[in-house]
Design a protein around this ligand. Structure first.
Ligand code: ZN
Length: 457
C-alpha cells in the first residue's frame, strides 16, 4: 500500500515519442516465447557496443510490465513478477528491490526516448534471454513457458565453454563435455580459426570473461609478437557453434593438444619442425597460478587493494624471470585479469603434465596477523614447499608462519608437487605495504625462481 501511494506522487509519463534514425540502430526483432513481437512504428532496437537497447515503451507495450518514468530524477521504474527495477539515465548502477546491481550499459536518453538494456531488465523479471546474431533477433522465454523448442538449441546436451586464457603463446580453452575443435588457418589477414560445434558459452562465462549481449568477446593479449588479438563468439545457432579466432601478425603454424579431459590447447610455439611439448627435452615445466581474477578479487587490503592484482603482478614477474632459464618452461594459468575455476587451473597443470605447480595468494585475517606461510596438501609436495618457503621468507622479510598442511583444491587435485604461497597479510598495514612494493615483489619473484632452481637441480 505504501509503495502504491508513493507511486501516485511520482510524476509519471509514458513516453510515446518515436525515436529518430540513428546510425547504430537497425530493425532487430524481438521474439517472446517463439512469437515475434509487434513493435510500434518508429521503435528501433539498437546494439550499442554489444548491448541490445530498447525504448522503455517496448517494456510496457510489448512485454507487459508496468513502467513509470520520473522525469525530474531521470528514473525509470519497471515492475513485474513481484520485482521492482529502478534505473537512472547515465547510471550504471540499478536498484533491484532495494539492492544495488551493476548494469553493463546505463540507460540513455535519446531524442526524447529513454532506451534501456533489454537483457538486464528481462533477466531481472525471470526471463531467459538469448541473442541470435544471424537473425539480429532477441529471444525472450518467460519462466512458465513450455515451448516446442525447435532446433534443439536449449536441449542441454551442448558442450559448455567454461574458460579461456592465453599464456606462453598458447590458447587454452576449458570446457565441460566432449570437445572436438575444428582448427583452420586462414590468410588475408593471417589468422587461426577454431570452431567448436554443439557448444555454447557456460552460464558463468560472461561474468568471468569479456562477453557482450550478442555473445562476442575478446581476450587481452599483449607482449606476444605472433598474436594481435584473440576473439570469440557464438558464431552459429544451428548447430550452436562457438568460434575463436587468433589474429596473427604473420602466417604461423600451430599444434593442437586435445584429450578427453575437456581442456584443449592451440600451441603457437612451433616452427617448421613439430614443437617440443612444454617441458620436453629434459626441461622442467612450471605452472604459475595467480589466484582469483576478474569478478573474484580475493581478499581486500587495508587500503582497498585487491589480492587478485597482487597475485597477477607477482606471477607475471616470476614467469618473466623463468623465461630466461634454459632448463625451465613456464605456463601461467592466467596472464591478465580473467577468472578460471579452480578445476580449470588444475586441468591446465595436469594436462600439460607439469613438474611443479605454484599458486600465488595473499592472506587475510585480524589486523594484527602478519607473516609468510606456504601450504602443501600431499606429502610429495612438502620438500618443494620447504625450499620455496626458505627463499621466499628471506625476500619478504616478514614473520615466519612456517610451512603448513592446507586442504586447498588446487594443491590437492594436481598430480605434481604443488604448493600455495600466502606471501603476507593484506589486512596488516606493514605486510600490505611490502606486498604492493615493486622492489619487494621483484625480490620475491627472484626468490621463487631461486627456490625452483634449488628444487629442480
Ligand atoms: Zn587467495
Amino acid at each position: 500500500m505504501k509503495k502504491f501511494s508513493l507511486l501516485m506522487f511520482l510524476f509519471i509519463i509514458m513516453l510515446v515519442f518515436p525515436k529518430g534514425a540513428d546510425a547504430s540502430s537497425y530493425s532487430a526483432k524481438i521474439y517472446m516465447n517463439e512469437n515475434e513481437l509487434n513493435l510500434s512504428q518508429g521503435v528501433h532496437v539498437e546494439n550499442i557496443n554489444g548491448t541490445v537497447m530498447v525504448p522503455i515503451r517496448v517494456i510496457s507495450e510489448n512485454l507487459g510490465y508496468s513502467v513509470s518514468w520520473n522525469k525530474a530524477a531521470q528514473k525509470v521504474t519497471v515492475q513485474g513478477g513481484g520485482k521492482t527495477v529502478e534505473m537512472v539515465v547515465g547510471s550504471s548502477s540499478a536498484n533491484i528491490d532495494g539492492n544495488r546491481e551493476n548494469i553493463a550499459k546505463a540507460p540513455v536518453l535519446r531524442g526524447g526516448t529513454t532506451i534501456i538494456p533489454i537483457r538486464f531488465v528481462s533477466e531481472q523479471m525471470g526471463m531467459n534471454v538469448s541473442w541470435n546474431n544471424h537473425e539480429k533477433a532477441v529471444y525472450l522465454i518467460t519462466p512458465d513457458y513450455v515451448g516446442s523448442n525447435p532446433g534443439g538449441s536449449q536441449n542441454g546436451s551442448l558442450t559448455t565453454i567454461d574458460g579461456i586464457s592465453f599464456s606462453n603463446n598458447r590458447l587454452m580453452v576449458a570446457a565441460t563435455g566432449t570437445v572436438k575443435p575444428k582448427v583452420m588457418t586462414l590468410t588475408s589477414p593471417d589468422r587461426i580459426v577454431i570452431d567448436i560445434e554443439n557448444a555454447e558459452f557456460s552460464k558463468d562465462f560472461g561474468s568471468n570473461n569479456n562477453l557482450d549481449d550478442t555473445y562476442h568477446g575478446d581476450l587481452a593479449v599483449t607482449g606476444y609478437p605472433d598474436v594481435k588479438s584473440v576473439r570469440y563468439s557464438l558464431f552459429n545457432n544451428n548447430p550452436s557453434t562457438v568460434r575463436m579466432v587468433i589474429d596473427l601478425s604473420y602466417a604461423k603454424n600451430y599444434t593442437l593438444h586435445n584429450d578427453a579431459s575437456g581442456l584443449f590447447i592451440v600451441d603457437l610455439n612451433t616452427a617448421s619442425t613439430p614443437a617440443p611439448e612444454p617441458g620436453a627435452k629434459g626441461k622442467k615445466l612450471v605452472v604459475i597460478d595467480a589466484g582469483h581474477g576478474a569478478h573474484d578479487p580475493g581478499a581486500i587490503s587495508v587500503s582497498k587493494k585487491k589480492e587478485k592484482d597482487f597475485a597477477l603482478s607477482l606471477a607475471l614477474k616470476t614467469a618473466k624471470l623463468l623465461q630466461n632459464d634454459k632448463n625451465i618452461d613456464v605456463v601461467l594459468t592466467r596472464s591478465d585479469d580473467t577468472f578460471l575455476e579452480l578445476r580449470d587451473r588444475v586441468k591446465i597443470a595436469n594436462n600439460l603434465k607439469a613438474d611443479v605447480f605454484i599458486s600465488i595468494h595473499a592472506n587475510a585475517g585480524p589486523s594484527s596477523a602478519s607473516g609468510t606461510e606456504t601450504f602443501y596438501e600431499r606429502s610429495s609436495s612438502k620438500s618443494l614447499a620447504n625450499v620455496i618457503h626458505k627463499h621466499m621468507l628471506k625476500a619478504v622479510g616478514l614473520k615466519d608462519r612456517k610451512v603448513k598442511y592446507g586442504n586447498f583444491h588446487v594443491i590437492r587435485e594436481t598430480n605434481m608437487p604443488a604448493i600455495l604461497l600466502e606471501v603476507g597479510f593484506l589486512t596488516n598495514k606493514t605486510d600490505e605495504s611490502k606486498l604492493f612494493d615493486n622492489n619487494v615483489q621483484n625480490r620475491v619473484a627472484q626468490s621463487i625462481v631461486d627456490g625452483l632452481k634449488e628444487y629442480i637441480k
